[in-house]
Design a protein around this ligand. Structure first.
Ligand code: G3P
Length: 212
């Protein structure tokens, strides 16, 4: 599977988010998830691809201000949420509570981990997906699958006895990067800059999808 994290790039915000989402829809031969900013969810949610929120807070509905509740992203049309990205880290108990709240209302959860010990800790909360991303490699074009193959194998081994789907991200740019990630046991890749910043995003999406 391909997960494209739109992050907060101008190329993937507002009307540009819709354009980029449509390119994913055109390619969607395999499972594709796009993760957009909360304000863009309803803009892209009627396309034939899965939409995740980039983050939600572990907070119940009620007298709170300025938070993103799971219910709000679901109402906007999200299928799931990402949690604990290294660019938006959360305390472990917030991850646990956010997963519980999301499960209650049928939202899928994709949780990021930055190292093996975090993977061991957060695995017990049983998200649908765990994505291994080494922060130093993000946005560098140096793919985690080539830079840290042994760590990635170890990560896959760690969650093998669970139903959690292992993914990886950071620096993934080419079909070859994605293919190696698959050979190491992951079931898909999380990609941002290589797609969002590309002059021809559709061809990058196609190349990645054809190799996972
Ligand atoms: O969540 C995906 C992201 O952090 C990876 O970023 O730009 O290295 O693909 P990038």
């Amino acid at each position: 599977m391909l997960v494209t994290n739109f992050k907060t790039y101008s190329e993937s915000t507002g009307e540009n988010a819709l354009k980029l989402a449509k390119l994913h829809e055109e390619v969607a031969s395999k499972e594709i998830i796009i993760a957009v900013q909360p304000a863009d969810i309803s803009r892209v949610s009627s396309l034939g691809i899965q939409v995740f929120a980039q983050h939600v807070d572990a907070i119940e509905q009620g007298r709170h201000t300025g938070y993103i509740t799971p219910e709000s992203v679901k109402a906007a049309g999200a299928d799931g949420v990402m949690l604990n990205h290294s660019e938006h880290p959360m305390k472990a108990w917030d991850v646990e509570n956010a997963i519980k709240l999301c499960k209650k209302i049928g939202l899928k959860t994709l949780v990021f981990v930055s190292d093996l010990s975090e993977a061991s800790d957060l695995k017990s909360y049983e998200p649908d997906y765990l994505a291994y991303e080494i922060p130093e490699l993000i946005g560098t074009g140096k793919p985690i699958s080539k830079e840290k193959p042994d760590e990635l194998k170890e990560f896959v081994k760690k969650i093998k006895d669970s139903k959690i789907i292992p993914l990886c991200g950071a620096g993934i740019s080419t079909g070859e990067d994605a293919r190696i990630a698959k050979e190491l046991g992951t079931r898909g890749v999380v990609v941002a800059s290589a797609i969002v910043k590309a002059s021809d995003p559709k061809s990058v999406i196609e190349e990645l999808v054809n190799n996972i």
